[in-house]
Design a protein. Structure first.
Length: 162
């Protein structure tokens, strides 16, 4: 299953929905993570908050490929995208294991294939390196076998990258 998480405006909805199985719009119409860890322990992979991200853990957890489309913000995800990623911590469990000779949380849904980040907006070389590093670490931590980062100078290039 291919999931796209994005912070684009609704003008891209039709294109994105045609390119994947599920779309998560990081539009800010949800509460931020409260840090209660209920999605880890009390009700695994389900957020207690009754908004559109209640099932985000399960949607992202079942993704073989996760494509994140985000505006550059100093070499990091946009706040809206970061908020969705924070709310998806339940894709793992509170238990630890070794993967790649490093300690990580045990995966609730098993391994995945591709963690792809498509970045738009002005970006420096240093910010590009930060994004590459972040994507690689996120992929390892969330059980993806590979990561990829694409930098767009114009959103007209988006369709060819999905």
């Amino acid at each position: 299953m291919k999931v796209i998480l994005h912070d684009l405006d609704s003008g891209y909805d039709e294109l994105l929905e045609s390119m994947c199985d599920r779309v998560l719009a990081a539009d800010g119409k949800y509460a931020p993570c409260q840090g209660c860890f209920g999605c880890w322990t009390k009700h695994p992979a389900e957020c207690f908050m009754k908004d559109k991200l209640k099932q985000a853990c399960r949607i992202i957890g079942h993704a073989d490929d996760l494509v994140i489309i985000t505006k550059n913000l100093y070499g990091e995800y946009s706040p809206a995208v970061k908020n969705v990623l924070d709310r998806s911590i339940g894709t793992s469990t509170p238990f630890s294991t070794y993967r790649g000779r490093q300690m990580h949380h045990t995966l609730r849904y098993g391994k995945h294939d591709l963690w792809k980040v498509i970045v738009y907006g002005e970006i420096s070389d240093a910010e590009k390196e930060t994004f590459r590093f972040r994507a690689e670490r996120n992929a390892i931590n969330d059980g993806y076998s590979r990561s990829e980062v694409v930098f767009l100078t114009d959103l007209d290039e988006l369709e060819g990258q999905l």
